[in-house]
Design a binder for this molecule. Structure first.
Ligand code: SAH
Length: 383
């Protein structure tokens, strides 16, 4: 019998990054390294609170041990490009260990009701005293690219490269936290990719963001276009996170035109799964509805949508379209947007209009992409 020598196999870096491990796992790891268990707590604090980027930085560790382990990755990305919008929104292009890049957005704001001049303050002036009313939301990516190919979305135009690993999702939160020098308060999975095509890694990342970084489940929103069986799989966790479902159309035919993959998940079945999600988790669900002038914003569309959602414990977020170069859609006027919202309200549907932050910065919903964006600066507010 011939034996293949292991030395002939290609060399693979099999050391898993430490980021994403909980306290018990890190404690077990330091013990395997022949260290006392309290070093696990130290490692945990340096990774999640101090934001250590390499083991060599952890000065409380004995120097000799540090030298031995300095090449073991924590799993942090590097900021390849960073740009700040006039409203304080910061867009990052992050480089991963294999050279792939993803976008992440940091959005500083005030709780609703306090929005005003102050909410436009540049983040760099906010790093000392923060009132509890100040929010810092991170819009995270779950994949490099996206395979869903929604007709109105820039990310989908570049195709799909790969899923992100849990540590690559968690890193985005720590990176924004370190850059803003303040705690992140909210997470939205609305960056690049479809989170429910990467459910296992996204679930692991959410558990860590919640338990190890300390962001409350109710401050985490997962946005999905809907993948068969995955909404119910997510429901099994019975988490208190907010599920946002990108509906965008009130009937199957129009939905398939906007979201080609929707043919695999009939609207009736998607809505039935959403109802079950609400039953299992006890959480109200959000529906996102992009408004495209003359396409899905007519009175009959509002009427059809209201019919589907009557009596459903949900909230509709209307997102006026953010124009992208590759699509011919138009954003409806403010009056048309308001008329659509009013038509839903009259039918007792809870509704909000969400104008994206960072719009002038190509950092708005659906505008994240790696191709061509690496060196793109935010346009000025007058632009
Ligand atoms: N794949 C997930 C999450 C990423 S997109 C999803 O589809 O929900 C986050 C939100 O931005 C989605 O509701 C998406 O439909 C919306 N979006 C995409 N392109 C947009 C655009 N050009 N203008 C406004 N919203 C857009």
């Amino acid at each position: 019998m011939s034996v293949i020598s292991t030395t002939t196999l290609p060399e693979v870096d099999s050391t898993p990054p430490l980021l994403g491990s909980n306290l018990a796992q890190l404690t077990a790891w330091v013990q395997q390294q022949g260290q006392a268990s309290y070093r696990g707590k130290q490692l945990y604090e340096w990774i999640y609170e101090k934001g250590a980027r390499s083991l060599d930085e952890i000065t409380v560790f004995p120097k000799k041990w540090r030298e031995n382990i300095q090449d073991i990755p924590i799993g942090r990305s590097t900021i390849h490009h960073r740009s700040v919008a006039p409203d304080g929104t910061v867009k990052y292009l992050l480089r991963l260990a294999d050279g792939q890049t993803i976008e992440t957005v940091g959005i500083p704001s005030f709780k609703r009701g306090r929005e005003g001049k102050n909410s436009l303050t540049q983040h760099s002036t906010l790093n000392t005293q923060h009132s509890p009313k100040e929010r810092l939301t991170v819009c995270v990516s779950s994949q490099v690219g996206c395979p869903m190919a929604c007709d109105f979305c820039a990310t989908g135009k570049d195709g799909f490269i790969r899923n992100l690993a849990p540590h690559e999702i968690i890193d985005q939160v720590l990176t924004v936290q370190a850059d803003f020098q303040r705690r992140v308060s909210h997470i939205v999975f609305m960056g690049m990719g479809e989170p429910l095509l990467n459910t296992e890694n996204v679930v692991q990342a959410i558990a860590c963001i919640n338990q190890d970084i300390g962001i409350g489940q109710r401050s985490i929103t997962l946005s999905t276009v809907g993948i068969p069986r995955q909404i119910l799989k997510l429901a099994e966790h019975q988490w208190q996170i907010t599920l946002a479902v990108s509906l965008h159309a009130p009937n199957q035919a129009l939905r398939e035109k906007l979201i080609p993959t929707a043919h695999r998940y009939p609207l009736e079945k998607l809505l039935a799964d959403c109802r079950q999600y609400v039953e299992i988790t006890g959480r109200r669900l959000s529906f996102e509805y992009i408004l495209l002038a003359g396409v899905n914003d007519l009175p009959e569309h509002a009427e059809q949508l209201a019919k589907h959602l009557r009596g459903f414990q949900s909230h509709v977020n209307l997102i006026p379209y953010n124009p992208i170069a590759e699509a011919d859609y138009q954003r409806p006027s403010r009056d048309r947007v308001q008329a659509f919202a009013d038509a839903l309200k009259q039918r007792h549907i809870a509704v909000s209009v969400r104008y994206s932050r960072g719009l002038s910065a190509d950092a708005a919903c659906g505008q994240l992409r790696t191709k061509n964006s690496g060196v793109q600066e935010f346009r000025s507010s007058e632009g």
